[in-house]
Design a protein around this ligand. Sequence first.
Ligand SMILES: Cc1cc2nc3c(=O)[nH]c(=O)nc-3n(C[C@H](O)[C@H](O)[C@H](O)COP(=O)(O)OP(=O)(O)OC[C@H]3O[C@@H](n4cnc5c(N)ncnc54)[C@H](O)[C@@H]3O)c2cc1C
Length: 331
Amino acid sequence: MTKPSVAIIGAGIAGLTLARRLNGQARVTLFDKSRGTGGRMATRRGERAAFDHGAQYFTIRDSRFHAALEPFLEAGQVQAWASALMRLGTDGTAERLADRAPRFVGVPSMTALPKALAEGLDLRLGCQILSLQRQADGWHLSTSGETCGPFDLVVSTAPAPQTRLLMPFARTELQALDAVRMNGCFTLMLALTQGTQPPAEAAQVAHPIISWIGANHSKPDRDAAPALVIHANNRWADQHIETPVETVRDAMLSACRSLFPGFDWDAVLSVDLHRWRHANVDVPLGQPFLLDADRRLAACGDWCLGNRVEAAFLSATALADALEPQLAKGS
Ligand SMILES: Cc1cc2nc3c(=O)[nH]c(=O)nc-3n(C[C@H](O)[C@H](O)[C@H](O)COP(=O)(O)OP(=O)(O)OC[C@H]3O[C@@H](n4cnc5c(N)ncnc54)[C@H](O)[C@@H]3O)c2cc1C
């Protein structure tokens, strides 16, 4: 019996989790428009330093997430980030936040985990899926240069607004997708001269423009070059998502200068900015996945359950639980 074929759009934590679960029972092909895996678990390597410019860390609360990560914890590709988590106020106050759960990171960069998860999978990188066409033999996926298929099932793990545009779901699923809200974000990346003391190692910031500052080099086994990662406040980012990046960069730098007057700003060697159109989940779907068994379409990702790496894993795991019995029947 020929195994069913499954196309998964997106090689972030959700797509990789799903692909690993279904691989074997189905012929799985994973497509991602980026040059690397990981999606919003991202690392940018600049000339002077490396920056985890998406997810800063993740927590492991669910036992299934822990079990799935066990081999990578043992191999040291996932390690705890021990820096104290602070909350900084606009008035210069600094309060240590209680550790509700240990914070974990990929080692030596955030992308180490997705890279390890991708091993052995049929992965097509730099491959943006532009549309899906249903033909008698199954789904065909169009990229800018070719058409791939047929596939018995197509799953999108792209952020909800992109899944909404791409997937030819029935009205019920499209209405559910319309109710999901995601926020934008900007990430400012500063490379510093050796020995510079960062304003904080890991801190939430209560400020209308800035929400987070982290010292990338304080994470385990990082590149020694000191590097700061600073996230914008989501609401402010949404209001400025179409603003020229130079203007956003200058506004964030100016906010940081007033927040951290004691920091040695002459130690900044380079400044870079990344725009995330769909960074964080504001209003989730409220159910673990979407599945249209008649059309043979599905979707999962963090936006189904919440705003975290673990939510992406749990969404993909729930979809795999639902699909496995069907795939075992060869349907
Ligand atoms: C700035 C920022 C800070 C964050 N901080 C944290 C944090 O501290 N802790 C935490 O737990 N989480 C954090 N998150 C959230 C976390 O990164 C996400 O919850 C998680 O990575 C989502 O995984 P995913 O697989 O659902 O989606 P994604 O990682 O977004 O993966 C979707 C993939 O789909 C691909 N794609 C989209 N459209 C197409 C297409 N048409 N064709 C092909 N490929 C396509 C994308 O390239 C992407 O790789 C943060 C996110 C951001 C952006």
